[in-house]
Design a binder for this molecule. Structure first.
Ligand SMILES: Nc1ncnc2c1ncn2[C@@H]1O[C@H](COP(=O)(O)OP(=O)(O)O)[C@@H](O)[C@H]1O
Ligand SMILES: N[C@@H](CC(=O)OP(=O)(O)O)C(=O)O
Length: 816
């Protein structure tokens, strides 16, 4: 069993397997997550909820402490400035200690702080010649000791580990990690049954000198630790709830990238994006460690998962910028020097003729020093970079063209593709402006958003919808970002977050689908990695329609052919509408009535334009339309019914059509769309099945269907006597006291609009303020594979068009 930490209950996973897991997870908290006392207490809560004993917690220096330490190193020659900065640093650290710890605990840490500050003061006298890295290390050392003390005081035993005792860099081998030694050290330093709090950013060489892993290096420390510990998961907790398509601090239309392809994440880090350190992914290649970026300010949000993903994730594009670069030009670089530069200073760019390199400013001093030592003449220039990053983006002509378009009229110094193909780089000889970064982002990510499509129901219409899908996706720009990711029948589902090949969807479903229940489906859907998820419900299932509430709560959009939810109780229906409005989910129902005929659209459009619907009437059932159009007395009604059944015009049990319930539901849906509040039972409904035939099995009913004949023969006779015909009509009309609604058999004059339909057709008559004397009529096939599947495709296209223009400004707790 997993160890329980005293005083707190760690969350037990629903999955019983997880409760016995013995693996270690690594959680890294960046400086922004530890910036002040409130942040640190929030981190403690996250640890309580997400960590277990024996996990590793990697910490960066609190807030901007590393920046403060760098400033001190710079101001060593300016006594007054140095003294002010040193006092500020001490005060900030002391305030954190005093706010978070009780007196005894605080005293110990304050004493250590005083000694450390004294060390910095003393070392300033010789301009930190030997102790730069020792000074920089204090940020992480203080942070780890403080968090360990806070956890020990409030939660469970915690052990602060100085990573310099663990991570040994081989100075004879370009400061590569000595894996074996580091592994032995970590095993020796970690304490069992505690939380181990590990300093990020710092390491040491084999002589015991402090080394740093570079700015933002704690991410790297976390993945190194995970590698050494054989950990399963690494979570980088930061102030933003994932990796975005640009820095959300400056591009407020940036999109969250739910899944980031390994090579693209690596490239972002390589280019100096602060959300991921350049080397973060390197230690993860040998075994399967899951890497996530999540927000310590909103831990419940789904973050960004980094891994090996398929085409959908590979299509993602992001923009990153870096203003802290230096370009070194020289005609004297030789192969050996360039090799050294490559391993030691991680150049962002090296020009093809080997006469220039661009490196991060943090390596500038070291690099220049190295070149001088090699007697190489060079010149330097500060430059900045805006880069478009994405899987093999350098080979994507349309993205390159868009990037170039955004850069028109700028004084760009150089435009190149990176040698690995994962970025396009634009260099400038000045800082890149926020406006330009926004412009580039908006150009290159203009229509990039991923819409996941799940189809529920693979019957007659569902199959046709799926058959039509590949061609639709191919030819319609509105569907450019739609990816089929799920197929479900009532029993089995196939979900593939990397996308299901549309041309082989049915075969794949048959091969790979698994049994599921509603909870499993909801669980998966709640974690979908798309900007938008659209579910097309082509089932007839009331049970499935009961999931709509949960779908809407999760912001999932629904396209229904299923009539159940639209004709459910007023309470349930209103609740759906309220939730849908609250979460911004869309619900399109055009095919619930009249298949693809645009009756729902017409009602919506009239209402949205200021008209009012006074009457809705018509023939809403293709089956009943066929039956009564063909019922002329030459065949008994039961014989006609048998023919209709054989030709597939009726439901398998024709009583489902004859009961009138289907028409009643459709009238309810239209009346509600027209703005009226009513229940199904408020619509009077004539059931054409006599009581004696109601309780029978389908076969028994079909065997005794001749019992219907006398009633219909009489009715036809009556109609003929009036020079009319029989039709099953739906009528809803507004009255002074409210409304009148009924569906049933009527005798209509032979020249009535409802009397002259092609068998199977539907007709809808709308009387409105604007269409008063001469009502609006919509008429045509109201059932059938092509028209219904086509109607669903029409809903999908309309929905995707709307989603394409939906821009959300980023709002992230922690960074806004
Ligand atoms: N594409 C991006 N996605 C998310 N954050 C980004 C991106 N580009 C830059 N950032 C910046 O990175 C910051 C997180 O990095 P950093 O401050 O170093 O975090 P931490 O202190 O947790 O290590 C965010 O606040 C954000 O401003
Ligand atoms: N404290 C170091 C290392 C680090 O990784 O920090 P952060 O996780 O806050 O980016 C720095 O500021 O560079």
């Amino acid at each position: 069993m997993q160890q329980q930490v005293q005083n707190i209950e760690f969350n037990a996973s629903l999955n019983p397997l997880k409760q016995v897991e013995v693996t270690t997870n690594v959680h890294k908290f960046g400086g922004s997550s530890l910036a002040n006392a409130a942040c640190i207490l929030r981190v403690v809560e996250i640890i309580k909820d997400n960590a277990k004993l024996n996990d590793f917690i990697v910490v960066s220096a609190n807030g901007k402490t590393t920046d403060q330490l760098f400033e001190l190193l710079e101001s060593a020659d300016n006594d007054q400035l140095f003294a002010t900065q040193l006092k500020q640093l001490k005060d900030d650290q002391a305030a954190l200690i005093n706010e978070l710890l009780d007196n005894n605990q605080a005293a110990q840490l304050l004493q250590q702080l005083t000694a450390d500050i004294e060390f910095i003061n003393t070392e300033s006298a010789n301009s930190f010649k030997q102790s730069r890295n020792d000074v920089l290390a204090f940020g992480e050392l203080w942070s780890a000791k403080l968090l360990a003390a806070v956890l020990s005081q409030n939660v469970c035993k915690a052990n602060a580990i100085d990573a310099r005792k663990v991570l040994i860099l081989d100075s004879g081998n370009n400061f590569q990690l000595n894996e074996q030694l580091s592994k032995t050290n970590i095993t020796a330093e970690k304490l069992a049954n505690q939380l181990n709090i590990f300093t990020g950013f710092i390491a040491s060489d084999e002589q015991g000198n402090t080394q740093t892993l570079g700015r933002n290096g704690s991410d790297y420390s976390a993945t190194i630790a995970a590698h050494l510990l054989n950990a399963q998961n690494v979570t980088l907790w930061t102030d933003v709830n994932g990796v975005y398509s640009a820095d959300p601090r400056i591009v407020n239309t940036a999109r969250k990238l739910f899944r980031l392809e390994n090579s693209v994440a690596k490239e972002l880090g390589r280019l100096g994006n602060p959300v991921l350190h350049a080397n973060t992914l390197n230690p993860l290649t040998t075994h399967n460690i899951h890497l996530n970026v999540a927000s310590s300010f909103a831990p419940q949000d789904s973050g960004t998962e980094i891994g090996a993903f398929g085409e959908i994730a590979k299509s993602e594009i992001s923009v990153t910028h870096n203003n802290e670069l230096i370009k070194i030009d020289s005609t004297e670089f030789d192969v050996k020097t360039l090799e050294q530069i490559n391993t030691r200073f991680q150049p962002i760019y090296q020009c093809q003729n080997n006469t220039c390199i661009v490196i991060s400013q943090q390596f500038a001093d070291l690099a220049l020093h190295y070149l001088q030592a090699q007697n190489i003449t060079f010149s330097t220039l500060k430059v900045s970079l805006i880069a478009v990053v994405g899987y093999q983006v350098a080979n994507r002509g349309e993205i390159k063209a868009r990037f170039k378009r955004a850069l028109k009229h700028t004084d760009i110094a150089q435009f190149v593709g990176s040698s690995n193909g994962h970025s396009l780089l634009a260099f400038f000889e000045h800082e890149s402006s926020v406006e330009l970064i926004n412009k580039v982002h908006s150009q290159v990510t203009k229509d990039s958003r991923n819409i996941g499509l799940v189809i529920a129901g693979l019957g007659n219409i569902g199959k046709r919808f799926l058959e039509m899908l590949p061609q639709q996706l191919n030819r319609l720009p509105a569907l450019e970002n739609v990816h089929l990711v799920g197929l479900a029948t009532s029993k089995k589902a196939l979900i593939n977050t990397d996308g299901i090949e549309v041309n082989q969807a049915l075969e794949l479903f048959q091969q790979d689908s698994l049994a599921y229940d509603n909870q499993l489906l909801l669980e998966w859907l709640s974690q979908h990695p798309y900007d938008e998820l659209v579910l097309v419900d082509i089932t007839p299932s009331e049970q499935f329609s009961n999931l709509y509430q949960a779908f809407f709560e999760q912001g999932i959009h629904v396209i229904s052919a299923n009539k159940c939810a639209g004709s459910s109780s007023t309470k349930a229906y209103n609740q759906l509408l309220n939730t849908q409005q609250l979460t911004g989910s869309q619900w399109l129902v055009n095919t619930t009535v009249g298949a693809g005929l645009p009756v729902n659209y017409a009602i919506n459009d009239l209402l949205n334009s200021g008209d009012e619907i006074n009457e809705v009437a018509g023939i809403f059932s293709g089956t009943l339309s066929w039956l009564f159009s063909n019922f002329d007395g030459s065949l008994a009604f039961s014989q006609l019914l048998q023919n209709a059944l054989e030709q597939g015009f009726t439901e398998p049990d024709p009583r489902d059509d004859l009961s009138g319930l289907d028409v009643q539901r459709k009238l309810l849906i239209l009346a509600r769309l027209a703005g009226f509040e009513l229940e199904l039972t408020d619509i009077e409904c004539q059931n054409l099945v006599p009581n004696s035939l109601i309780g029978l099995s389908t076969d028994e009913f079909l065997a005794q269907a001749n019992l219907l004949d006398e009633y219909f023969a009489d009715k036809l006779h009556e109609a003929k006597q009036q020079n009319g015909c029989l039709r099953y009509v739906a009528r809803f009309s507004k009255t002074d006291s409210g409304y009148k609604a009924k569906v049933g058999l009527e005798i209509l004059a032979n020249d009535h609009a409802f009397a002259n339909l092609t068998p199977c057709d539907n007709i809808f008559l709308l009387t409105t303020n604007w269409y008063q004397d001469n009502p609006l009529i919509i008429q045509g096939p109201g059932a059938g594979r092509d028209v219904t599947a086509g109607g669903l495709h029409s809903d999908l296209v309309n929905l995707c068009r709307e989603l394409a223009v939906k821009t959300k400004e980023v709002e992230i707790k922690g960074i806004n």
